[in-house]
Design a protein around this ligand. Structure first.
Ligand SMILES: *[C@@H]1O[C@H](CO)[C@@H](O)[C@H](O)[C@H]1NC(C)=O
Ligand SMILES: *[C@@H]1O[C@H](CO)[C@@H](O)[C@H](O)[C@H]1NC(C)=O
Ligand SMILES: *[C@@H]1O[C@H](CO)[C@@H](O)[C@H](O)[C@H]1NC(C)=O
Ligand SMILES: *[C@@H]1O[C@H](CO)[C@@H](O)[C@H](O)[C@H]1NC(C)=O
Ligand SMILES: *[C@@H]1O[C@H](CO)[C@@H](O)[C@H](O)[C@H]1NC(C)=O
Length: 366
């Protein structure tokens, strides 16, 4: 008799039930708990071991809060990975500095993802918008955080502790056992990464595409420093701020690398301010268009423009055998304004700077 009212009531009850059920608290103590826990907008994760060969994947409702309450381990097995993946919008992910142990020593053979045993990677696939706080990763098999965010994302207080990978093991000869243990690999926009610590054997940060990315107040040790690239074809990296970071005992400190063969790509508007780099062991600053070579014959199919060291002093100290600064641009492919008045160097030796006419305000001092 009142069909529209009846429909309205049914719809109202259904919506109400859905809202109250998603307001529940889901608890995960094994992979079996995941599918029901992610129906709730609060998800608590207790200590457990993820079986080898399986991805711990969270597909979260919008606005979910995740609280990590115990150590997560991963069964040791040679497979492709990833080990963990989180997907969602407006997520608050509280890592609470609980350890995520990748079991690195089981895999490490000095070859990373270039050879040897297949290593699950990335360890942490982050496909959320919102915030990710205090996630503590130890002993990643290879690459750690891969960021492909659907909206603005702030990452604070993360730790990558692959220190143990600095030392050789029985399978790595005299070289470091850990390899290709990138801290943050970024393919996304509107990202702030702050107050993180990365002890590893490859890039601390590597931005392969994206715009509006700030990397601030982080500590990077022993790896390959703060990188833009490597840049392949048809990508844009723009509006990047590298502020207040410490880069210590790293092969490179500040690097922009475009592939020799790259075409139709752009790197523009990168600003370095208030950073400190010490004990740079190969290059302090390297801007090269001959990647993977450091100082090979550069290509010119990717453009690099408006690279600045200003708005606050960036100081770097090079090791005795290291180049302080080298710039290796292709013909006509580095352009714009390069204000380097904030870059102060010491130690090491001078590198070659091709296209020096671009750079203003820089005095290369030992
Ligand atoms: C995997 O192996 C590593 C290295 O031996 C070890 O530290 C880690 O605890 C192992 N993980 C598990 C879940 O057994
Ligand atoms: C930075 O991160 C560390 C480790 O997570 C934390 O103890 C500290 O409070 C954070 N500092 C700031 C200023 O956020
Ligand atoms: C740039 O990214 C930050 C961090 O996610 C965000 O807060 C800010 O709104 C973004 N800016 C623009 C213009 O989108
Ligand atoms: C350069 O990037 C910064 C963010 O790092 C942004 O604030 C500024 O507006 C950009 N400049 C131009 C000319 O787009
Ligand atoms: C400089 O860095 C290298 C490579 O990480 C390291 O072996 C060496 O101990 C560091 N030296 C100092 C004085 O920190």
């Amino acid at each position: 008799m009142f069909p529209s009212l009846a429909l309205f009531l049914v719809a109202g009850i259904t919506a109400g039930a859905a809202a109250s059920s998603s307001g529940c608290v889901g608890t995960i103590s094994s992979l079996d708990d995941v599918s029901s826990a992610v129906q709730c907008t609060t998800v608590n994760i207790n200590a457990f071991t993820v079986p080898g060969g399986e991805t711990f994947e969270l597909q979260l409702l919008d606005g979910t809060t995740v609280n990590v309450l115990g150590e997560i381990q991963f069964g040791n097995l040679s497979w492709a990975g990833p080990l963990f993946r989180v997907i969602g919008n407006d997520v608050t992910f509280n890592g609470n500095n609980q350890r995520w142990d990748g079991g690195g020593p089981f895999y490490w053979d000095g070859q990373g993802s270039n050879g040897g045993v297949t290593k699950p990677r990335p360890m942490m696939q982050i496909s959320i918008s919102g915030t990710l706080n205090d996630v503590y990763v130890v002993n990643s098999p290879a690459h750690v955080f891969a960021i492909t965010n659907p909206g603005p994302l702030t990452i604070s207080g993360a730790t990558v502790d692959d220190l143990q990978g600095n030392y050789p093991n029985s399978r790595s000869g005299n070289g470091a056992a850990g390899h290709n243990t990138d801290g943050f690999d970024i393919s996304g926009s509107d990202i702030l990464i702050q107050n993180c610590t990365v002890l590893n054997q490859d890039d601390c940060l590597a931005i392969s595409r994206g715009t509006n990315i700030t990397f601030a107040d982080n500590y990077c040790e022993n790896g390959h420093g703060i990188s833009i690239g490597s840049i392949s074809s048809n990508v844009v990296v723009s509006d990047i701020a590298i502020i207040g970071n410490h880069v210590v005992s790293s092969l490179y400190s500040f690097r922009i690398k475009t592939d020799t063969s790259a075409t139709n790509s752009v790197v523009k508007n990168v600003t370095y301010s208030d950073n400190v780099a010490t004990n740079c062991t190969d290059f302090g600053v390297l801007i090269t268009q001959s990647y993977p070579s450091n100082l090979g014959t550069p290509g010119n199919g990717a453009t690099i423009s408006d690279i600045n060291f200003n708005h606050g002093t960036t100081s770097l100290t090079a090791d005795s055998g290291a180049y302080r600064v080298a710039v290796n641009c292709g013909s006509g492919s580095c352009t714009g304004d390069w204000d380097w008045s904030g870059l102060k160097t010491s130690g090491g030796k001078a590198g070659s700077i091709i296209n020096n006419n671009l750079i203003t305000g820089f005095v290369d001092t030992q």
